[in-house]
Ligand binder design. Structure first.
Ligand SMILES: Cc1ncc(COP(=O)(O)O)c(C=O)c1O
Length: 378
């Protein structure tokens, strides 16, 4: 049995295709490919789903982050504390505004920013923190804010990169509703996926939402009146139609991922390889965009799994302080040990909603065989 890492068709069966085509036909008829009624309807439904006051649809998750940061007043020379273990866009958004990403280490159990690692990077120029809910696991936003404000001796806004965490929740609130504003991605492999690029901003702050709306249209306040320089970052009506069709199924898809993660943990324990495979810590509000383990000899294990027909992925092989484009910031190996160690050990196992119980058994059985072989030849 082969187990692909991802299968786009597991949530895009014949019935779903028909439903999307019906919505697309309606868009073809009304012809409002930008600013169509589907965009506003998606914004309202998404805000209700998250339990936040405002959602502003936009072109993709990377632009959503730039819009949040810019609307929060981040600009040239400002320092923004960002975890070094995340997708490039988290720091790219900061740099695109002429601000400086200040890379912080992460909690070894979740690989999320922690209160301590964020507070350690505070300086007089700290203007904000961008907390990433990595792999769908809520980062401790309130704790980070308290620790950073105590270190800075003044208020410091915390923004959220919730690109991987739609539907995730913590005791203090939903991902996307804990900080000043959040950016989400609807990239085709995300838990709520468009059929192309799409994303959105969420916030509880009405003035910030209005500013995001202006910034996504070149800072336009009224027809041809530009009060600041923004960008073109709208969501296509065709993508909004897809998201409207899919949003009612998001809870079930997230639940399937949570069931899959719990089953993996059970199987790893049964096989006696939980310690060798070291899954990241569970959080009750985790939506398992990825199910990530940490292993020694990761690349050899990954190749052996591939040979056994099991697809896996590595998120992320290079921490951001060591990326060539950020070399001028002076990051060096050894600066952020938890990020650097994770980059060599992380391995994501198949977790999308179409992964069956039998497939998970196959994955864990293959892991067990490969680890046993490696142990006996050591
Ligand atoms: C953590 C994180 N931030 C930002 C993004 C950017 O989203 P997009 O690919 O929609 O621009 C992604 C998605 O790939 C992501 O995983």
């Amino acid at each position: 049995m082969t187990v692909p890492f991802f299968d786009i068709h597991s949530t895009l069966g014949p019935r779903e295709k028909e439903a999307i085509l019906a919505r697309w036909r309606a868009v073809l008829e009304h012809g409002r490919f930008l600013h169509g009624p589907e965009v506003g309807e998606f914004e309202a439904r998404m805000a209700a789903f998250l339990g936040v006051e405002h959602v502003v649809a936009c072109s993709n998750g990377s632009d959503a982050l730039v819009l949040c940061l810019q609307a929060a007043g981040i600009g040239p020379g400002d320092e923004v504390i960002v975890p070094a273990f995340t997708f490039f866009a988290s720091a790219g958004a900061v740099a695109r505004l002429g601000a400086v990403p200040v890379f912080a280490d992460v909690d070894p159990g979740t690989l999320n920013l922690s209160a301590e690692t964020a507070a350690a990077k505070v300086s007089p120029r700290t203007a904000a923190v961008l907390a990433v809910h990595l792999f769908g696991c809520p980062a401790p936003v309130a704790g980070i804010r308290r620790a950073v404000e105590a270190a800075a001796g003044r208020p410091v806004p915390v923004l959220e990169d919730a690109a991987q965490a739609v539907g995730a929740t913590a005791a203090e609130g939903p991902c996307g509703g804990m900080g000043l504003a959040a950016g989400f991605s609807c990239f085709p492999t995300k838990n709520l996926a468009a059929l192309g690029d799409a994303g959105f901003v969420s916030t509880r702050d009405g003035r910030l939402a209005e500013r995001v709306r202006r910034l996504r249209e070149h800072g336009q306040e009224g027809p041809y009146r530009h009060t600041e320089v923004g960008r073109n970052a709208r969501m296509d009506t065709l993508q909004a139609a897809v998201l409207l069709e899919r949003l009612p199924r998001l809870l079930a898809w997230n639940a399937a991922r949570q069931v899959g993660a719990a089953h993996y943990r059970e199987l790893l324990a049964e096989a006696g390889i939980e310690e060798a495979v070291a899954p990241l810590r569970h959080h009750p509000g985790h939506v398992y965009h990825q199910f990530v383990v940490q292993v020694e000899e990761r690349d050899a294990l990954r190749s052996a799994l591939e040979e056994a027909g099991i697809g896996t992925a590595v998120y992320y092989p290079v921490p951001l302080h060591l990326q060539p484009c950020f070399a001028p910031l002076g990051g060096r190996e050894g600066d952020l040990p938890v990020c650097e160690r994770a980059a060599g050990r992380v391995l994501a196992l198949p977790i999308h909603p179409g992964v069956t119980e039998a497939a998970r058994r196959e994955v864990v059985a293959a892991l067990g065989r490969i680890l046993e072989r490696a142990g006996s030849s050591a």
